[in-house]
Design a protein around this ligand. Structure first.
Ligand code: HEC
Ligand code: HEC
Length: 91
C-alpha cells in the first residue's frame, strides 16, 4: 500500500493535534493535595462538609511562613483547592 501526499498531510495534522492536546493538558500539573496521613484530616473535612472553603481553613495551620513553606514564586494562595485538586478517594 502506498501513501499519497494527502494521506501524509492528514497524518501530520493528526500528530500535530495530538501533540497540542498533550501539551495543553500538561499545563494542568499543579500538584494535587497528597492523600497521606498529614492530609487525611483535610479529606475527612471535605467528605463531611463537601465544602472547599471549609476544607481550606485547615491548610494554613501547616502551610505558612513558619512551617511548610511555599515555593518563593507561589501564586496568590487564598483558595488552595481551586488550583490544588484533591485526589479521587475510593470510598
Ligand atoms: C498537618 C499539616 C498539614 C496540613 C493541615 C496540610 N498540609 Fe499540605 N503538606 C504538609 C507537609 C508536611 C507537606 C510536605 C510533605 C508531603 O508531601 O506530605 C505538604 C505538602 C503539600 C503539597 C505538595 C504535594 C507535593 O506533591 O509536593 C500540597 C499541594 C499541599 N500540601 C496542599 C495542602 C492543602 C491544599 C491543604 C489544605 C486542604 C494542606 N496541604 C494541609 C503538611 C500539611
Ligand atoms: C492560583 C493557583 C494556586 C493557589 C490558589 C494555591 N496554589 Fe499552591 N501552587 C500553585 C502552583 C502553580 C505551584 C507550583 C507548581 C506545582 O505545584 O507543581 C504551587 C505549589 C505549591 C506547593 C509546593 C508543591 C511542591 O512543589 O512541593 C505547596 C505546598 C502549595 N502550593 C500549597 C498551597 C496551599 C496550602 C494553598 C492554599 C493556602 C495553595 N497552595 C494555593 C498554585 C496555587
Amino acid at each position: 500500500m502506498k501513501f499519497s501526499r494527502k494521506d501524509l498531510l492528514f497524518l501530520v495534522i493528526v500528530c500535530a493535534v495530538l501533540a497540542l492536546v498533550i501539551l495543553v493538558s500538561g499545563e494542568e500539573t499543579t500538584r494535587k493535595v497528597p492523600y497521606d496521613a498529614l492530609h487525611r484530616p483535610a479529606y475527612d473535612v471535605m467528605a463531611k462538609t463537601g465544602s472547599k472553603r471549609e476544607t481550606e481553613k485547615g491548610c494554613e495551620g501547616c502551610h505558612n511562613d513558619q512551617q511548610v513553606r511555599f515555593p518563593p514564586d507561589h501564586p496568590p494562595k487564598n483558595r488552595c483547592l481551586f488550583c490544588h485538586k484533591m485526589e479521587r478517594v475510593p470510598r
